[in-house]
Design a protein around this ligand. Structure first.
Ligand SMILES: C[S@@+](CC[C@H](N)C(=O)[O-])C[C@H]1O[C@@H](n2cnc3c(N)ncnc32)[C@H](O)[C@@H]1O
Length: 206
């Protein structure tokens, strides 16, 4: 049987991808150091160092399933603190998030999901909330509660290592960057849950 061809956009080190099996994954990540770590964890995946937004536009037709995790900092509830603080740089929400949702919804024939944090504003397009994330997709995503996320948030690197199997200890990166990379992970169980919603579980109507 042919493997499902997956585009894993804004791949990070692959939290969402960790438990997917029998898939042919192309991961796009623009940070070379992060892409290298992803490749170590997933040696069979094709890793491309590029702008995931542009890559999606040019290559979406080549895939059966697309997962996209555009950067969240300009949407997150933390942003309200920064935009309200005197010395901090002010930022508009980055609308590439909605560009991708609208584009995929209208032009991509396969299954797709775009993931982001819960935003400080009312989402412009209604998402599925799950585990403290928002998901936009063309299939039904059932809710999972955010227990794992809370453990990750309040835990330390060692706890994340034990829980999710991502060990960055031997990488020569600043600890702050390691922590940031680990904080960006979508929990592997949630990644699998979403994948199963797309392909294995009986679909409910939207
Ligand atoms: C939220 S993290 C992704 C987390 C990933 N889905 C996971 O579960 O582990 C977003 C990643 O996108 C990368 N990134 C940011 N802008 C990008 C761009 N324009 N193209 C490709 N990757 C980008 C960041 O370096 C970061 O690793």
């Amino acid at each position: 049987m042919e493997k499902i061809k997956v585009l894993n956009g804004y791949a990070g080190i692959g939290g969402n991808r960790k438990l997917w099996q029998d898939v042919d994954v192309t991961a796009v990540e623009n940070n070379e150091s992060i892409a290298k770590i992803y490749q170590d964890f997933f040696p069979d995946d094709k890793v491309i160092i590029a702008d995931a937004h542009q890559y999606l536009l040019e290559h979406y037709k080549e895939f059966d399933f697309i997962w996209s995790s555009p950067p969240c900092p300009t949407h997150s509830r933390m942003r309200t603190l920064k935009n309200n603080c005197g010395e901090c740089e002010k930022k508009y929400p980055d609308m590439k998030l909605y560009e991708e949702i609208i584009y995929l919804k209208h032009f991509f024939k396969g299954k797709w999901v775009v993931e982001n944090v819960i935003s400080y504003y009312e989402p412009l397009i209604k998402p599925f909330p799950s585990e403290n994330h928002y998901f936009w997709s063309n299939f039904y995503i059932s809710y999972r509660n955010p227990i794992e996320r809370n453990i990750r948030r309040h835990g330390d690197v060692g706890l994340i290592y034990k829980k999710w199997g991502f060990d960055l200890i031997n990488y020569g990166l600043p600890n702050r960057l390691k922590q940031k990379i680990l904080n960006n992970l979508v929990s592997p169980n949630l990644g699998l849950h979403i994948f199963n919603c797309a392909f294995k579980e009986k679909q409910k109507t939207l």
